[in-house]
Design a protein around this ligand. Sequence first.
Ligand SMILES: CCCC(=O)OC[C@@H](COP(=O)(O)O[C@@H]1[C@H](O)[C@H](OP(=O)(O)O)[C@@H](O)[C@H](O)[C@H]1O)OC(=O)CCC
Length: 145
Amino acid sequence: MSLQQLRDESDFDQLPHNVPVTATIADIEEKKGFIDHYRFVIEVKTKGGSKYFIYRRYREFFTLHQNLESKYSPEDAEKPGPNTCLLPPLPGKIFIGNKKEIAEGRIPELNTYMKRLLGLPVWFLLDDTLRMFFYQTDQDSQQQP
Ligand SMILES: CCCC(=O)OC[C@@H](COP(=O)(O)O[C@@H]1[C@H](O)[C@H](OP(=O)(O)O)[C@@H](O)[C@H](O)[C@H]1O)OC(=O)CCC
């Protein structure tokens, strides 16, 4: 194991227990309202081994991605700095189409997106915007998966 890998490993060991390490979409749910929308039922596993469900809609992913881009994407892609990183691409907005089919089509893409986000360097996993997205809110914990 290289020195870098050892350092990464020890950094990882230093991470708080509630840091998310995997997040996988388990289902989609239709939310009926003035405007129907779909949300993703996401199972999160933390470094400490706990598992819980959170419920996020596409626009929440979009907002997360915008925040992360504004913080970490180098203005000039050629000039990555010490605290910039190459973010995975977020599946794009879709303006027309069947909402259920759009949501279903997004499952593999958002799974890949989250897998790559949570695979970024250890320092990135401590970002508060990222952690807030994956924390279980009271609302999340009141839902039945
Ligand atoms: C031709 C039909 C016009 C139309 O319905 O546009 C829609 C608006 C809405 O666009 P936005 O709200 O900016 O963006 C939408 C939300 O992010 C939505 O999230 P969620 O699933 O969580 O609700 C996504 O599912 C849609 O794919 C996306 O288009 O788009 C714009 O405002 C851009 C200007 C057209």
